[in-house]
Design a protein around this ligand. Structure first.
Ligand SMILES: Cc1cc2nc3c(=O)[nH]c(=O)nc-3n(C[C@H](O)[C@H](O)[C@H](O)COP(=O)(O)O)c2cc1C
Length: 247
């Protein structure tokens, strides 16, 4: 049994001292990046279960634990990818598929607009995709639906009756998944792109009416020989987003 499994199973250990150097946790957090090209190497089901068990230690309002996950591997993963790509690659069908909830505002303001543009052009720039090259952009966007070739695809769903607070809890769970994955040498890419095809996902995964697609996530070993994985995103310094009131 690994240390992580023990920690997840025995959460009430009285020892509140730091388990080691903060560098271990910080390393997992700061080396996480959205990976958009994966190796074919598979991930053991036991490892995925361990990651999910650890991640489920995330806090949630009144311990409601709103997260639900469908883990897709092998032909199950391929079936979903095929079903989505069939629609994504057909403009007629695609226009009938829209997001079920708004991730982004309809009207952008600064500084969000510039940040959003920068990551888009930085990624396309690395891949040599020009601003007018709609076909290549479409193809690159379509890579989302094969989970960037990751062997594991996660589809996160939430009970429709739950409110904004539970979505907050959900994000904490998802970050835990990504950090626990990193601690095991694995990488991830959270994927809102799946939301557009929530009806295809509901059909393919046989979701209950009350279940709503939150987003997807690719999980696997990063292929660091691929140019898209050299993308380094910026962060504003603490002074830009935090204020300290001390007297
Ligand atoms: C909820 C969520 C959804 C995202 N959806 C996508 C997506 O569909 N496709 C994609 O390539 N990246 C997606 N991203 C990745 C962001 O672009 C990325 O987190 C951001 O640019 C910061 O880069 P980093 O993750 O490498 O630090 C998503 C991130 C989050 C948190």
């Amino acid at each position: 049994m690994t240390a992580a499994r023990v920690a997840a199973d025995l959460p009430h250990l009285p020892d509140r001292r730091a388990s080691g150097s903060s560098e271990v946790v910080d390393h997992s957090i700061t080396t996480r990046q959205s990976i958009r090209a994966f190796l074919a190497d598979g991930v053991e089901r036991a490892t995925i279960e361990e990651i999910l068990q650890v991640a489920a230690r995330a806090p949630s309002g009144t311990n409601t634990q709103p997260w639900r996950v469908t883990v897709l591997m092998g032909s199950a993963r391929q079936r979903l990818s095929d079903a989505i790509l069939k629609v994504h690659n057909d403009p007629e069908q695609r226009k009938h598929h829209t997001e079920e909830y708004a991730y982004y505002p309809t009207k952008w303001i600064e500084p969000y607009l510039s940040r959003r543009r920068k990551i888009g052009w930085d990624l396309y720039g690395l891949l040599g995709i020009g601003r007018e090259d709609k076909a290549q952009m479409h193809a690159q966007h379509g890579r989302n639906y094969v989970f960037f070739d990751a062997p594991v695809g996660l589809i996160f769903t939430i009970d429709r009756i739950l409110e904004q607070g539970s979505w907050l809890d959900f994000g904490m769970f998802q970050q835990n998944v990504m950090i626990a994955a990193r601690a095991r040498g694995l990488d991830t890419c959270p994927q809102a792109a799946f939301m557009q095809f929530h009806r295809v996902i509901a059909r393919e995964l046989n979701l209950a009416d009350g279940e709503m697609v939150v987003c997807g996530m690719a999980l696997g070993y990063a292929d660091m020989s691929k140019i898209e994985n050299t993308l380094v995103t910026e962060r504003a310094p603490v002074a830009d987003f935090a204020r300290f009131l001390e007297s």
